[in-house]
Ligand binder design. Structure first.
Ligand code: TXA
Ligand code: MG
Length: 332
């Protein structure tokens, strides 16, 4: 299949919308990461997403809408809490898990009776949804298991020849995926941390909310360990290189990375270091996936990364880093 490279102009967005209408696959920008879109109501079209990505069939996609009115096509239940969160965080990087409406096929929800829905803020994304005339199912536009794509080039590197088109637009503003919040329980629960934090939700709702207790740690021996978002159980965001995260006092971390680097280089290995400024977690969010891909491109044998403080967006970036490293953490 030849992948069409489109621009983010009105004319090209119209071409992209036509492809979606006809059951094809289009990668498009959002403020978080690039998504790989298909008509969310067309089971055959959504099936092609799983094929193109090599994605396990039990990992549900997120359904993207452009306007509030479209929510009725996705779910039958809109609670007061949902309204509060939509008013505060949409359009933007929040995905709500809600009961599945009857027009959303099971392929889209990975066989679940719930569905993830999000209204992106990116204008190209919204224009594409509007013109397609349907909600768009879209996981991140990477090969399954690879770091999420934050530029059009990342998408092309992974999916060229496997999808119908890519809308080439700028780099994604935020750089990590949306926060996934489950609204189907008594108390809302964060299933995937993102740019919108637990504290942000608690301020909006005026009550404490829950965090999936499996987040940011690995299973203990013999533990029944079930992340509530199916996607969170897979090894993810994985560079080809081995990755080690160094955690502890800042000065000791830097010394440990320097020493490990020297030892590895003495063995002839190529070393890639990731060391973000501690109080710049939004910069870290913006850069993390591009850096993991860069390490691969440069043929790194090992990635040595300094842990971030696990507060606010730092918790979310650490979530991605821990998964990338397969929880390979060295306390120093
Ligand atoms: O920022 C984002 O959310 C991006 C852009 C393209 O919008 N999309 C994205 O999709 O990251 P994806 O498919 O890579 O991740 C979706 C996550 C997975 O962990 C999946 O398991 C979870 O959301 N999810 C989706 N529907 C769910 C449901 N009904 N119940 C629980 N988890 C769900
Ligand atoms: Mg993904």
């Amino acid at each position: 299949m030849k992948t069409r490279l489109l621009k983010d102009t009105e004319e090209d967005i119209r071409i992209a919308a036509k492809i979606i209408e006809q059951g094809g696959l289009v990668a498009f920008p959002t403020e978080t990461v690039y998504g790989l879109g298909a008509n969310a109501m067309d089971a055959d079209a959504v099936r092609k997403i799983y094929e193109a990505k090599g994605r396990p069939a039990d990992n549900p996609t997120i359904v993207h809408i452009a306007e509030r009115e479209e929510l009725g096509q996705v779910t039958f239940l809109v609670t007061e809490d949902m309204k509060t969160l939509m008013d505060r965080f949409w359009p933007g990087p929040m995905t709500m898990i809600v009961p599945r409406g009857e027009y959303i096929p099971y392929v889209t929800t990975g066989n679940l009776e719930t569905v993830g829905v999000r209204m992106p803020e990116n204008e190209v994304a919204r224009e594409l949804i509007r013109r397609s005339g349907c909600p768009i199912a879209a996981p991140s536009a990477n090969l399954s298991g690879r770091p999420s794509p934050t530029t059009a080039q990342h998408v092309i590197d992974d999916l060229d020849g496997r999808i119908d088109a890519v809308i080439q637009s700028g780099p994604c503003r935020i750089g990590i995926e949306s926060t996934v919040i489950d609204m189907t329980g008594k108390i809302p629960m964060i299933l995937r941390p993102g740019y919108i934090t637990k504290k942000d939700f608690e301020e909006a709702l005026g009550q404490e909310i829950l965090l999936d207790p499996t987040l940011n740690r690995k299973p203990r021996e013999g533990e029944d360990f079930h992340p509530k978002a199916p996607g969170m159980k897979y090894r993810h965001y994985a560079p080809r290189a081995e990755m080690i995260i160094f955690k502890g006092d800042r000065i000791r971390v830097e010394a440990a990375i320097d020493q490990e680097r020297a030892e590895r280089e003495a063995l002839g290995q190529k070393v890639f270091v990731i060391d973000f400024d501690e109080d710049r977690e939004t910069v870290a969010a913006h850069e993390i996936f591009a850096m993991l891909r860069q390490a691969d491109r440069e043929g790194a044998d090992v990635i040595l990364a300094a842990a971030l403080p696990q507060r606010g967006v730092g918790f979310s970036v650490m979530n991605r880093m821990l998964k990338s490293a397969g929880f390979n953490v060295r306390e120093v």
